[in-house]
Write a protein that binds this ligand. Structure first.
Ligand code: XMP
Length: 513
C-alpha cells in the first residue's frame, strides 16, 4: 500500500480534480478534501505536502473559505494556487486586493529559476492566468519568485518554511511547464519518492470495497463499456460471489452489441460475474414514445434503468449496494458542485430520488478515462475491451435527435456499423478518440433510381480528445467519407443523405444530445 499522501484542499475551484490528477501523474498518491478538514485531522493523515486550490471568492470578503494559520505553521510543505496563493498571503499578514488589471488566459510570466519549484523551467514561461484579485504585498519572510508586467507577485516562496504560492494555474495544459512545476513541488520541496502507481489504487480500492460491503450483496450495472466493465471486474475481485452483474439491453445499443457483451461477461466467458441479461427493449421504447427533449430522454432512460435494476435486485433479495461505473468527467458535467449543468449524465443526473439501495458504490468516480483504462489493464482486462470506443449510458437514445422509435434505432445501428467497419478497414480505429454515426431529425428530398425520396440524414462524427472535456473534429480522409456515404445510402433503408460534423467541443458536445 502507498505510504505517501499529498492532500489537495478544495476551496471551490474548477480544476481541483485536475490538480489531483497531475499529482497522480507524477507518481504520488493524492486525495481531494474540503477546506473544512481540521488541522488535527490533517496532521493525523500525515501528508507529505498540501496543495490549496483556486476558488471563486475574494479572500477579504465576508464568509470566504479560509484556512487555519496553524496549518501554515505546521511545517508541512504547502503550494497555494490562485485563490490558494492569495489565501496564504492573506492569512500570514500580506495584502490581497483587486488587481488594477485582471489577467485572463495565456500569459508570459518571468520566473526566478533558482526557486526549487522552477527548476528546469524557462523564463519567461507561458502560464494560464485567471484572476481579478492579486497579492499586492507579500507576507513577511516571503520572496517574490515570479511576476508579469501587471502582476507583481505571480509567485512567492518562503523556502525555509516550505511555503509556495503561484497566482497562475500550473495544473491546466495551457501552462506549458505546469506539470514540471507540480513535479518540482512534489519532489524538490515535499521530497516525495513517487511510490504511487495504478496497482496501488486498484489494491486500495479493492480493500475499501471489501470493508464497505462486508457480507452484503452488490448489484452492478454492467453496460459492457470500459467504465462499467472495469468497475464490475474490480468489484468481482473484491467480493467475488456477493456480486451480481445485470446487463440491460435497453434496445439502444449498437448493432449486435448485446450478444457481444454476453459473450465476454456471460456464463461462457472468462469472468465469473453472476451475469444476468435483461431484455427490456419494448419497455424503454414505450417510455420514450413522443419524447423529444434531450434532458427528458436522458432522465427517462436513467430512471428506467434504475427501475429494472431494482426489480432484479428484489429477485436476488437483500441487495445493499448498487455499483456504477461513473467517472470524474460525468460528475463535473452533470453540474455537481458549482459547475453548470451541460448534460445529465446517465449515471448521475438520471438517478431518481428514491433508490431502493442502501448505498451506491462508484469506485472510479475520481478517475479520468485514461486512468480508468490503466486500471482496466492492471486488472487484466483484454486490451480490446480497455480501448473500446466510449459509449454513453443512454446509448443511441442520445444519438437519435428527437423522438426515439424502433425504426430509427435500426437506421442508426446499421449506419453506425458500416461507419465503424470502414474506419477499421482504413486502419484508423486506434488513432481516433471517438467516432460514431447519429441520426438527425431532418428529412430531405433525394433521388434514387429515378424515384423521389424523402428520407433521413445521417451525421458522422469523429473527434480527437484527451479527456473528453474538450475535443476537436478529425480530418477524415475524403475517400473514407465517400465510401461510408455510398454504403450507408445504398444499404440503409430510410437514409438518403450523409453529413459530416466538423464542430469541436466546445462549442458542441461530443454526443448530439
Ligand atoms: P459529451 O457529449 O458530453 O460526451 O461531450 C463526452 C463523453 O461522454 C460520453 N457520454 C456519456 N457517458 N453516460 C456515459 O456514461 C452518459 O450519459 C454520457 N453522455 C455522454 C460521450 O460518449 C463522450 O465520450
Amino acid at each position: 500500500m502507498n505510504k505517501e499522501l499529498v492532500l489537495v484542499i478544495d476551496f471551490g475551484g474548477q480544476y481541483n480534480q485536475l490538480i489531483a490528477r497531475r499529482v497522480r501523474e507524477c507518481g504520488v498518491y493524492c486525495e481531494v478534501h474540503p477546506y473544512t478538514l481540521s488541522v488535527e485531522k490533517i496532521r493525523e493523515m500525515n501528508p507529505k505536502g498540501i496543495i490549496f486550490t483556486g476558488g471563486p471568492n475574494s479572500v477579504y470578503a465576508e464568509d470566504s473559505p479560509l484556512c487555519d494559520k496553524e496549518l501554515l505553521e505546521a511545517g508541512i510543505p504547502i503550494l497555494g494556487i490562485c485563490y490558494g496563493s492569495q489565501l496564504m498571503a492573506h492569512v500570514l499578514g500580506g495584502k490581497v486586493a483587486t488587481a488594477p488589471v485582471s489577467e485572463y488566459g495565456k500569459t508570459e510570466v518571468n520566473i526566478n529559476k533558482e526557486s526549487k519549484i522552477f527548476e528546469g523551467i524557462s523564463s519567461p514561461t507561458i502560464c494560464w492566468m485567471s484572476h481579478t484579485d492579486y497579492i499586492e504585498k507579500t507576507p513577511e519572510g516571503f520572496k517574490i519568485i515570479a511576476h508579469t508586467p501587471v502582476c507583481p507577485v505571480a509567485a512567492m516562496e518562503a523556502e525555509e518554511r516550505k511555503l509556495y504560492a503561484v497566482q497562475f494555474h500550473p495544473e491546466v495544459m495551457h501552462t506549458q511547464e505546469g506539470t514540471k512545476m507540480i513535479s518540482n513541488f512534489l519532489y524538490n520541496v515535499c521530497e516525495c519518492s513517487g511510490d504511487w502507481k495504478m496497482d496501488a489504487f486498484v489494491e486500495k480500492t479493492i480493500q475499501e470495497i471489501r470493508e464497505k460491503v462486508g457480507n452484503g450483496k452488490a448489484l452492478c450495472a454492467l453496460s459492457g463499456g470500459v467504465d462499467s466493465s472495469v468497475a464490475a471486474v474490480l468489484l468481482s475481485k473484491a467480493i467475488g460471489n456477493q456480486l451480481t452483474c445485470v446487463f440491460v439491453d435497453h434496445g439502444l445499443l449498437r448493432k449486435n452489441e448485446a450478444d457481444e457483451v454476453e459473450e465476454i461477461f456471460g456464463p461462457n466467458g472468462p469472468y465469473n460475474l453472476n451475469f444476468i441479461r435483461v431484455n427490456a427493449q419494448e419497455r424503454f421504447y414505450e417510455k420514450l414514445k413522443g419524447v423529444e427533449d434531450p434532458e427528458q430522454k436522458r432522465k427517462i432512460i436513467g430512471e428506467e434503468f434504475i427501475r429494472v435494476f431494482e426489480e432484479e435486485a428484489k429477485k436476488i433479495g437483500a441487495v445493499d449496494f448498487l455499483v456504477q461505473g461513473t467517472i470524474y468527467p460525468d460528475i463535473i458535467e452533470s453540474g455537481l458542485g458549482k459547475s453548470a449543468v451541460i448534460k445529465s449524465h446517465h449515471n448521475v443526473g438520471g438517478l431518481p430520488d428514491c433508490v431502493d439501495f442502501k448505498e451506491i458504490i462508484e469506485p472510479l468516480r475520481l478517475l479520468f478515462k485514461d486512468e480508468v483504462r490503466k486500471a482496466g489493464l492492471e486488472l487484466g482486462l483484454p486490451e480490446k475491451l480497455v480501448y473500446r470506443q466510449p459509449f454513453p449510458g443512454p446509448g443511441l437514445g442520445v444519438r437519435i435527435i428527437g423522438e426515439v422509435t424502433a425504426e430509427k434505432v435500426r437506421i442508426v445501428q446499421d449506419a453506425d456499423a458500416i461507419y465503424r467497419e470502414e474506419i477499421e478497414k482504413a486502419g484508423l480505429n486506434r488513432s481516433i478518440g471517438q467516432y460514431f454515426a447519429a441520426l438527425t431529425n431532418m428529412r430531405s428530398v433525394g433521388v434514387m433510381g429515378d424515384e423521389r425520396t424523402y428520407d433521413y440524414a445521417i451525421v458522422l462524427r469523429a473527434v480527437e480528445t484527451s479527456d473528453f472535456m474538450t475535443a476537436t473534429s478529425v480530418n477524415l480522409p475524403w475517400e473514407v467519407l465517400e465510401r461510408v456515404t455510398t454504403r450507408i445510402v445504398n444499404e440503409v433503408k430510410g437514409v438518403n443523405r450523409v453529413l459530416y460534423d466538423c464542430t469541436g467541443k466546445p462549442p458542441a458536445t461530443i454526443e448530439l444530445e
